[in-house]
Design a protein around this ligand. Structure first.
Ligand code: HEM
Length: 159
């Protein structure tokens, strides 16, 4: 019986070591969440986009561009674009930003109004502020493609 004790201790020790090793592996192997995941994935992105487009299409500051535009396909295209740029694995198959907005001749104040609506909708949906700002930073450079004469109107979107 007494000679079983060291064997038990050895078994216990190796179990502990195995658990520690597996724990370390699990820590190393878990990738950080993508921006897409931090934004809440499809359910939250789709609902934020839905509310954003409904608002933009009726807000006096932005609505003129949405006259006669089919909102559902636009929502789906924007949601796919946001999913693609935030690492959600979607493929955006729409137009370039320059082409999609060329006809509307969008000015900086319209762009800024839409972005502030997006910021409000992200806040309202409970999106993490870090994820929100990261998304807004990804969208900021698009201003120069969307807005006419953006160079003279300034191009930054603040957090
Ligand atoms: C960062 C800001 C913006 C992003 C990321 C964005 C993104 C998009 C995307 C992905 C599409 C669909 C293109 C396609 O499917 O081919 C689109 C179309 C459109 N966007 Fe934007 N947009 C932005 C700003 C704006 C602003 C400021 C306005 C107006 C105030 C606007 C009005 C429209 C309209 C009316 C369409 C539909 C065009 C059409 O179907 O003829 N967008 N946008």
């Amino acid at each position: 019986m007494p000679d079983l004790l060291p064997a038990r201790i050895a078994t216990g020790l190796s179990t502990l070591l195995l658990a520690a090793w597996l724990g370390a592996c699990a820590t190393v192997a878990t990738p950080p969440p993508t921006l897409y995941e931090r934004l809440g994935g499809a359910p939250r992105i789709d609902s934020v986009v839905g509310r954003l487009i409904d608002r933009a299409a009726s807000d006096p500051r932005t609505r003129r561009s949405f006259d006669g535009v089919k909102l559902q396909p636009l929502k789906e295209s924007l949601a796919a674009q946001l999913c693609a740029i935030s690492g959600g694995g979607c493929r955006y198959e729409g137009e370039t930003m320059a082409r999609a907005h060329a006809e509307s001749k969008i000015v900086a104040s319209e762009f800024d109004a839409l972005v502030s609506m997006l910021r409000e909708e992200l806040d309202r949906s409970g999106t993490d502020p870090g994820a929100k700002n990261e998304l807004l930073r990804l969208l900021a450079p698009m201003k120069r493609d969307i807005v006419v004469d953006a160079a003279t109107r300034g191009a930054a979107i603040g957090p």
